[in-house]
Ligand binder design. Sequence first.
Ligand code: M6R
Length: 599
Amino acid sequence: MCGIVGYIGQLDAKEILLKGLEKLEYRGYDSAGIAVTTNDGIQVFKEVGRIANLRQVVDASVETTAGIGHTRWATHGVPNYSNAHPHQSASGRFTLVHNGVIENYHLLQEELLQGVEMKSDTDTEVIVQLVEHFSNEGLETEEAFRKTLSVVKGSYALGLLDAEQPEVIFVAKNKSPLLVGVGDTFNVIASDAMAMLQVTDQYVELHDKEIVLVTSDSIQIKTLDGTTVERAPYTAELDMSDIEKGTYPHYMLKEMDEQPTVIRKIISAYTEDGELTIDPSIAQALSDADRLYIIAAGTSYHAGLVGKQYFEKIAKIPVEVHISSEFGYNMPLLSEKPLFIFISQSGETADSRQVLVKIKEMGHPSLTITNVPGSTLSREADHTLLLHAGPEIAVASTKAYVAQVAVLAITAYLEAKAKGLAVDFDLKAELAVAANAIQSVIDEKDAIKNVTDTALATTRNAFFIGRGIDYCVSMEGALKLKEISYIQAEGFAGGELKHGTIALIEDGTPVFALVSQKSVSLNIRGNVKEVVARGANPIILSMEGMEEAGDALVLPAVHELLTPLVTVVPLQLISYYAALYRGCDVDQPRNLAKSVTVE
Ligand code: M6R
């Protein structure tokens, strides 16, 4: 949450910062700001809302070749002008952008900053005021910064300007992501390489508790105790076209359309000599485990629920799936030889990371399944499996979900084979069939739009029901709908409705029912009858071979374990059209951010 950028060099810093922030808007978009060094000192421009609003207030005539920028997802203090970053110290000498949360900011304010008048409600302001406080005690800026970092507790990625040392950006990182980008006559900082791909594809990773002094021609990395660190840059393997919308009106639509290609890329990335394969050390870690613990949040958690079915049904390993924000603070009794599997599109989700930190301290092995190589959860886990979905920019996760399901299927399948279990299907071929099936569903956008416009135009709420693996997908369908259209939606196990929730059914309440599993198709149709008898408007999405007259959509048949790859697609599209119909911001829904880097 929150994105930060910085540039120091010879070019117009304002434009580079603004373009960088536009690429980071997925990290937060309730306010934004930049601070630039000029001949007359540091100038700050900030505005509530999107980067487009900030652009309106930045003085185009200001000449500057260095600065820092920030796009915010509010944690402390409402989204308004004074809480927007950058924040300045009392004298205006120091200016700071911050991504993260300072847990002891109140205490520090009371103990060290008595008499300093705070201009915002943020935790961030305490950091910049502390730098000034220690600087007023006679410390050089680097030392004042270091001393500040020694007293703050929490997570931070920081960019600091000192009006008296305009040739340096002071940088630090702990738990929040931050990279330094390397150029010929300039250097940059960014929460994500994507932001500064406009000027460089060379990046240096920073580790927690490191301080960096960035000038236009040097990058000095030091540990908090002052030891110099040498680290070579790597090339960010990102293509500009991957992060542009092209002719699409929304990233979400582009990303949904990419889903068949994502499945095909995964098949190819996990194939060697014509056979599906994963790193032998991962196969070994799975074989060594007596139980898998899948840890994830949101959509990734829903993919984890599908993964449980795969590991238990195909590879015969018991699995528990946990919401990461609950697990760390309410840990269940663990088995003797657990393997932890973290599923995360971004690889940065703080809720999941706090679990990883704890289980590592306990000495347990870990595997991260992520879309982002080099992300925190990937770096810190023992093993990584990549999703190969390409950058996912829309806040609503779509292609990452199908990628997670496909990679989980491959992992479970290969584990079954490694254990010598009988597996009666060819997963590689079935995934290829699923990719084609997804394409057929995507080609039916008009029909799906019609279903949406009729069912969801004016409704206050909606239900999604399914049984077995369809129940897992129902929860994902409901999350998608509420997240981007703001319609109250819930996913339920079909048989559970009558135990309470059916009381909510009124005349016309839309109930989306998934029918993709032969063994329970009659049961779920029975549940549909129960809600229809109480006035609901049923929208049945069935799979070929299980269809009945009156079903809203009939989806192409795929292997019964791979149905989530296909059934989720119309639900994603339904949410998309519902959001459009209601005039909502599809890619950047209210109150949310793509990468949730606070607990
Ligand atoms: O990056 P992660 O997969 O760890 O993110 C987890 C959730 O925040 C994420 O899936 C969220 O629920 C999506 N916005 C849902 O579309």
